[in-house]
Every structure is written in structure tokens, then in C-alpha cells.
Design a binder for this molecule. Structure first.
Ligand code: BJW
Length: 232
């Protein structure tokens, strides 16, 4: 494989599945147990904040103690050892990429281990349960503390930085994502328009599988380390 100067990697829930975290749209995924409109929209938080906070309190607890798997480790190694630039853009709110050693990382859908004040926008690391009684340390208002995650209808984070990286990349790799949620699902077209080679690594063909020049299907812990070895 030729040396690529600028690689952008997009990851999704399938990457963390073998670390023990649920995906969203698989048969027994999170959306088979919860309705998106009840737990993952700003309207749901306004209507029933306790329910939304409880959903994320449970998710935060299930993320405690999980460890990065061989795929996270391989991607961190790629970032450290590849002679060109490697940017990882993750849709995942878990901390497994950084635990594996990734440093050039964008959490476009936020982070479960941070809280965000819906009133003033203040953010800070937070590992405990959230409740409606919690008071913001910046604006002193109660009732607005929410997980720092991007819900449907909200703008994902660092979109300008991502667009610049996609527009300049020569290899785009999408891993463990169903390709159903925008804007992430559209990144492959942005990379293609920039002339990049595009590769999908997923358990099965995603929604956008035909948009990729190459696809490798299988478990992330098997196919990602093998692909990274080939690149290095
Ligand atoms: C394995 C594996 C293993 C399993 N190994 N693989 C109509 C048309 C187009 C767009 C819209 C529309 N109506 C509304 C929209 C916009 C909307 C959207 O996309 N909706 C679609 C559902 C249609 N998007 C938004 O609202 C976004 N904001 C937005 O668009 O702002 C405006 C804007 C415009 C233009 C530019 C920029 C902005 C916000 C989306 C926020 C998504 N939030 C969530 C929740 C976050 C917090 C939380 O975690 O609770 O993010 S939803 C959920 O889906 C989560 C994920 O990050 C995201 C993607 O899921 P992912 O990662 O792909 O998981 P799965 O489960 O779907 O797939 C897993 C894959 O892994 C599967 O393929 C498996 O096979 C595979 N797999 N095991 C390898 N071992």
C-alpha cells in the first residue's frame, strides 16, 4: 500500500463492541431498548430530564471499567508510528481511544465523562451520576446539567476542523459504524471529493458500503490490527 500523507479515521460503536459496550442499531442494540425521541434529543431533556439523565447515568456506569481492545490499540499505534498525519474522528462517547493512547482525536458526538450546562455552556469532567438538583459551578443555576453528548438535532463538535481534514486527506477509513447518522455518514463523500482512497472496516456492509473503494468485513479486533500492520 502506498504511504499516505494524511489519514482520517472515522469510528463508531462497532469499534467498542468487543470491549463490552452496546452498539445502537444491531439486533439487541441500545435503540432496541430505548426510543431515540425519549432519551437522545434536546426536547426529551426539556420534557423529562430525569429519564434522560437516568439513561446516561446507566451508560456511564456500564462504561466504567471497560478497556480498549486490540482495534483501539492498533489505531493508536498507527497514529504514533505512521510517518504522515493521522486524525481519528470518533462518534463514540466512551474514552477508549484516548485510553489506548490516541492523542489526535475528535469526539464529534461528545464525551460521557464530561458534563455540560444547558444554560451557560460550561463543561467539565464528570464521572458521577447527574441529577436535576445539581448546580452549575459557573452560572449557579440548577436543573441544566446534562451529559456533554450530541443529541439528534444538535450540531456535532469541531465540524470545521473535520471538514478541513477531510478536504485534505488522501486516505479515509471508516470503522464500526452503520453509516446511518449524518453528518458522519457523509464524510466518505467529502473524502472522495478530495481524491482520497476510501476503506470501510465493519462487521457487515454498512448503509454506505458501496461508496467505499475497498471494504473489509469482520470483527474490529481482527481486521483493524491486520489493516494497520499492512499500512505500517
Ligand atoms: C462491528 C462490530 C465489531 C458491530 N466489529 N464492526 C434526514 C436525512 C439526513 C439527515 C437527517 C435527516 N433527519 C435528521 C437528520 C439529521 C440527524 C440524522 O442523521 N438522522 C438520521 C437518523 C437520519 N443527525 C443529527 O441530528 C446530527 N446533527 C446534525 O445533523 O446537525 C446539523 C448539521 C448539518 C450539517 C452539518 C453538520 C451538522 C446529530 C447526530 C447525533 C447522534 N447522536 C448519537 C447519540 C450520542 C450520544 C450517545 O451515545 O448516546 O450518536 S445517536 C447514535 O448514533 C450515537 C452514535 O455516535 C451514532 C452512530 O451510530 P454508530 O456508531 O454508527 O453505531 P451503530 O449501532 O449504528 O452501528 C454499529 C456498526 O458496527 C454496525 O454496522 C455493526 O455491524 C458494526 N459492528 N460489532 C466491527 N465487533
Amino acid at each position: 500500500m502506498p504511504v499516505h500523507e494524511r489519514i482520517v479515521i472515522l469510528t463508531g460503536a462497532g469499534l467498542s463492541a468487543e470491549s463490552g459496550l452496546s452498539t445502537f442499531r444491531d439486533k439487541d442494540g441500545i435503540w432496541s431498548r430505548h426510543r431515540i425521541e425519549d432519551v437522545a434529543t434536546p426536547e426529551a431533556f426539556s420534557r423529562d430530564p430525569e429519564r434522560v439523565l437516568e439513561f446516561y447515568n446507566t451508560r456511564r456506569k456500564s462504561a466504567a471499567g471497560v478497556k480498549p481492545n486490540a482495534a483501539h490499540v492498533a489505531l493508536a499505534k498507527l497514529e504514533q508510528e505512521h510517518p504522515g498525519e493521522v486524525l481519528t474522528v470518533t462518534q463514540n462517547i466512551d474514552p477508549l481511544h484516548e485510553m489506548a493512547g490516541a492523542r489526535n482525536l475528535i469526539h464529534m458526538h461528545g464525551e460521557i465523562l464530561k458534563k455540560l450546562c444547558a444554560y451557560c455552556g460550561a463543561k467539565e469532567p464528570w464521572e458521577d451520576d447527574l441529577s436535576t438538583e445539581l448546580v452549575c459551578r459557573t452560572c449557579n443555576k440548577a436543573g441544566g446539567m446534562r451529559p456533554d453528548v450530541v443529541w439528534f438535532g444538535e450540531m456535532p463538535y469541531q465540524m470545521e476542523e473535520i471538514a478541513l481534514a477531510l478536504g485534505a486527506c488522501d486516505l479515509f477509513i471508516s470503522i464500526g459504524t452503520s453509516g446511518t447518522v449524518y453528518p458522519a455518514a457523509g464524510f466518505v463523500m467529502e473524502a472522495r471529493n478530495a481524491g482520497a482512497h476510501t476503506v470501510e472496516l465493519n462487521l457487515e456492509p454498512s448503509e454506505g458500503a458501496t461508496l467505499f473503494a475497498k471494504a473489509i468485513h469482520g470483527k474490529a479486533t481482527e481486521i483493524v490490527p491486520a489493516f494497520v500492520d499492512e499500512l505500517l
